[in-house]
Design a protein around this ligand. Sequence first.
Ligand code: HEM
Length: 95
Amino acid sequence: MNTLRERLAASASNCPSGVSFAKDIAPLFNGTDVAHMKQVTKGSLDLSSYDSVKIWAAQIYSQVSSGNMPPPPQQAWTPAQVNLFACWISQGCQP
Ligand code: HEM
């Protein structure tokens, strides 16, 4: 049986090469996102940390692809941003 991680990696399409956390993924999270999620999870989900986002990648994907996070008044991620996150996972979560 495929893991969730394998299934969502398979949903990535037309990925640019060399998707990285520093260049592509970290800029998707703003200061409000980072501060709130640190507070809500008592520090365990730090959206500014490569290690933390890598560990939580499948859950983050599930939240942003469903439009559940980030909550209003912020805009939900666009399909292109969600796809870029799936590309990052499909390429093995490069730093
Ligand atoms: C592991 C995935 C995540 C879980 C389980 C999660 C869960 C939660 C929960 C329970 C809250 C509190 C909701 C409330 O007070 O009504 C919250 C708040 C928030 N989350 Fe997340 N979240 C996740 C990922 C994210 C991501 C990826 C973002 C940004 C892209 C984000 C942005 C925010 C913001 C901005 C708030 C504050 C909302 C407010 O107080 O107005 N979260 N999250």
